[in-house]
Design a protein around this ligand. Structure first.
Ligand SMILES: Cc1cc2nc3c(=O)[nH]c(=O)nc-3n(C[C@H](O)[C@H](O)[C@H](O)COP(=O)(O)OP(=O)(O)OC[C@H]3O[C@@H](n4cnc5c(N)ncnc54)[C@H](O)[C@@H]3O)c2cc1C
Length: 302
């Protein structure tokens, strides 16, 4: 196991900000993972499981604990036959989505452009373009705080909009199993679904500020009922209507392309980004009486 001390988290987050992690453990297998957890226990520190850092804002002061990054054996994909796949938590979601589609199975192909890991996607119940990771996940293998490994069926995973039981109850996601649909049973060819995947990628390119460091949507979609129009649930609509597109605090900017993205436009600090998100919340609340809920996870003391 590789353990780094005072590792800058700016190297491990898509925002490219964040101070040092007291310890940064790169674990390749279960033995390493147990060693990293023991290190945290010995030092009396908390630990944090890092995926690809694409939904994460780490404080400029860093994290006084052990950041654990899964890799190696945690990135394996197993084809179990008949559309059943198991993949390790560190598997890049895009790689997994493309792999399953190549084998002729659909259900998560529209998630290919989400830049996180499978573990991060399960934790967040990541979703896009009408697909959500929880919809075709059948089981999650999790290392619980009592040291036991449990197989949780989907019914025990508490999947909802950007919600899962792992967010509330913790646990380290080791792998997840999926049941996907044979593309032919959908009356479509692989080429049709590959075209859908590429169409989603193109939409992202056209609508998201992918050329500047960011962490995806800053705020969650609003819950205004099933009958709501798409604009009524989109935080970006209200942020734009509040005149905040392009608004800056320090080096952080409300994207001029997509108002629900905050970008690191010019050497932003984590404090700039957090302050800007709070400013946006206050302005939207003032103008529309709406409370925006942050989707991005914060780590460390701000
Ligand atoms: C350009 C861009 C576009 C995006 N588009 C989308 C989108 O369309 N839809 C969407 O839902 N999200 C989107 N995101 C946000 C982000 O990519 C997802 O939330 C993703 O699932 C996070 O995965 P990650 O591996 O990067 O997790 P991280 O950011 O590293 O971590 C997020 C949380 O998951 C926890 N976690 C990670 N791995 C594990 C594990 N193995 N066990 C337990 N907990 C774990 C972490 O502790 C943390 O609390 C986007 C982000 C970017 C930068």
């Amino acid at each position: 196991m590789q353990v780094l001390e005072n590792e800058p988290m700016s190297k491990h987050t898509s925002f490219k900000v964040g101070g040092p992690a007291r310890f940064f453990a790169k674990v390749e297998n279960m033995a390493d993972l147990k060693e990293a957890l023991a290190l945290a226990r010995e030092k009396g520190l908390s630990y944090f499981i890092l995926g690809n850092g694409t939904n994460l804002l780490v404080s400029d002061r860093g994290y006084e604990g052990v950041v654990i990054a899964l890799s190696g054996a945690f990135s394996e994909i197993e084809d179990l036959g008949s559309g059943k796949f198991k993949a390790g938590a560190a598997t890049p979601l895009g790689k997994f989505a493309r792999h399953t589609l190549k084998q002729g199975y659909a259900g998560i192909h529209k998630l290919a452009g989400i830049p996180g890991t499978l573990g991060g996607a399960v934790y967040m119940n990541a979703g896009a373009y009408g697909q959500e990771i929880g919809n075709c996940c059948t089981q999650v293998t999790v290392l619980e705080s009592d040291g036991n490994i449990r197989e949780l069926p989907t019914s025990a995973c508490g999947f909802g909009y950007r919600r899962s039981v792992f967010k509330d109850a913790g646990g380290i996601i080791l792998s997840a199993t999926f049941q996907l649909q044979d593309t032919t049973s959908l009356g479509k060819s692989n080429a049709d679904l590959e075209a859908e995947l590429e169409e989603c990628m193109a939409k992202r390119k056209a609508t998201q500020p992918l050329n500047k460091p960011n962490a995806g949507s800053t705020f969650k979609r609003l819950d205004t009922g099933a009958a709501a129009m798409p604009t009524q649930v989109a935080p970006g609509y209200y942020i734009e209507q509040a005149g905040l597109k392009g608004y800056r605090i320090g080096g952080a900017e409300v994207s001029t392309l997509h108002a629900n993205f905050i970008v690191n436009a010019d050497n932003a600090t984590a404090t700039d980004i957090k302050s800007l998100s709070e400013y946006v919340q206050s302005k939207v609340a003032e103008k529309f009486g709406i409370t925006l809920q942050r989707e991005i996870i914060l780590l460390g003391e701000f």
